[in-house]
Design a protein around this ligand. Structure first.
Ligand SMILES: [Zn+2]
Length: 250
């Protein structure tokens, strides 16, 4: 079975530290959930580092976590949308300064809240390549929070690489269900959806074998466990928590 490793999150040039902690909780059948060498590290709330096919890709460095502040040697940074819990207006520009070689892709209205030098706005259907990873932009709109709150754009990112599982980070939307997702960054809770919608979302994706809970900073540990168990039981997806900067090969 693939190792789960917890490393010191400040030093993320590589994610090769030995396991320092106990295995994070797994909800589901406990089957082996392993495809290749795609390494995924959960750096708090919606922030995920994906390492595959020679690329280091960071998604959604938001203000609800600082575990990503020290990440270096990035090839790309992907921003799903403009909310501060997905792109930290104070610290994300500094991250890009420290990673001058990284390509930056964002939803096309992110510049309403934060200016990221060199950022390229993307639209649904667009595809980008970073090293050996093909990235597809899907979705288009943030889930409705309330009818009185203007809706903003949201891009979900589908990552494919030869010999690796297909990985999907939907941002804050549950309406795009691309085919072939094997590892899902699963938003566990937000003020824009109820658990029944999360369950239907996982089902619409044909219940990816592996789901990594994200978007969980508004939950207590009790809430994390409750929702993880329920969603796993109702969909069959295996939920693997990488909370606290843990990483794992998929
Ligand atoms: Zn959010």
């Amino acid at each position: 079975m693939a190792q789960v490793r917890t490393q010191l999150p400040r030093y993320l040039d590589t994610c090769s530290a030995e396991c320092l902690g106990s295995r994070p909780p797994v909800y589901g059948m406990g089957e082996v959930c392993h495809y290749g060498d795609m390494k995924i590290t959960h750096l708090g709330h919606a922030c995920v580092l994906v390492e595959a096919a020679g690329a280091r890709i960071l998604i959604d460095p938001g203000a609800f976590s600082d575990l990503w502040h020290g990440v270096r040697n990035l090839d790309a940074v992907l921003i799903t949308h403009q909310h501060a819990d997905h792109v930290d207006p104070d610290d994300a520009p500094g991250l890009l300064e420290k990673n001058p070689q990284a390509k930056v892709f964002t939803a096309d209205d992110v510049d309403q809240t934060v200016l990221l030098p060199g950022a390229e706005p993307v639209i649904p259907g667009q595809t980008m390549s970073v090293e050996g990873v093909r990235i597809e932009a899907v979705g288009g709109n943030h889930a409705i929070i309330h009818q009185d709150i203007p809706r903003i754009h949201n891009i979900g990112y589908l990552l494919r690489a030869e010999g690796e599982p297909t990985f999907f980070h939907p941002g804050d939307a549950l309406d795009a269900a691309p085919e072939g997702v094997e590892v899902l960054a699963l938003p566990l809770m937000g003020p824009w959806a109820a658990m029944k919608e999360h369950v239907e979302f996982v089902r619409a994706l044909n219940a990816p074998k592996c789901s990594i809970p994200i978007h969980d900073e508004l939950l207590s540990d009790r809430g994390r466990e409750l929702l993880s168990r329920q969603i796993s039981n109702l969909t069959g997806t295996e939920i693997i928590s990488l909370r606290g900067g843990a990483c794992r090969d998929f």
